[in-house]
Design a protein around this ligand. Structure first.
Ligand code: ADP
Length: 164
């Protein structure tokens, strides 16, 4: 059996922010491999298509060697097992995240006891950051470059101007 420690980091990433990146960077120093994972079908209606979100993540993590990006269909724990990942990585920003994360982690544990959810906290400067706030700031012409990569900022501008 391989002793490689593989973690999957699931999310919507609509779009990826520096908060997400902070979690990926911390995770990449703790695990041998991180697979950033996006659901093909989900109830949320994202601003960016799946392929656009993947492209932005790939660009953001291009200098981190042990990080890859993949999409999946179906149950997260099934995908994790296929990838031989025994950790689900999630970020915790505030108490407001707790209830939902707690429920998801316990449900995933119920479905597959071998998979453990690990929570990491980002640098405190990112604790108030989420993709929705970024989209709102960008919509009203605010500068989002402190919160997302230059590539994402440019994609946001184009998308909101209807050029994408
Ligand atoms: P989901 O729809 O699964 O919540 P998100 O893309 O919103 O997807 O978030 C993916 C994960 O990243 C979640 O664990 C979330 O708590 C975490 N996350 C989101 N924004 C931040 C941030 N600013 N700092 C740390 N973790 C974050």
């Amino acid at each position: 059996m391989s002793s490689e420690k593989i973690a999957i980091y699931p999310g919507t990433f609509d779009p990826i922010t520096r908060g997400h990146l902070d979690i990926i960077e911390r995770g990449s120093s703790l695990f041998d491999r991180i697979i950033v994972t996006l659901a093909i079908n989900q109830s949320k209606e994202p601003l960016f298509t799946l392929e656009e979100r993947i492209e932005m993540i790939r660009d953001a993590v291009k200098n981190i060697k042990n990080v890859t990006v993949e999409k999946f269909d179906g149950l997260l724990v099934t995908f994790a097992a296929q990838k031989k990942a025994n950790v689900i990585l999630r970020g915790l920003r505030a108490i407001s995240d707790f209830e939902y994360e707690f429920q998801m982690a316990l449900m995933n544990q119920h479905l597959e006891n071998k998979i453990t959810t690990v929570f990491l906290m980002p640098n405190e400067k990112y604790t108030y950051l989420n993709s929705t706030i970024i989209k709102d700031i960008a919509k009203f012409g605010g500068n989002v470059e402190r919160f997302v990569t230059a590539f994402v900022a440019q994609k946001l501008k184009k998308k909101l101007e209807g050029k994408m």
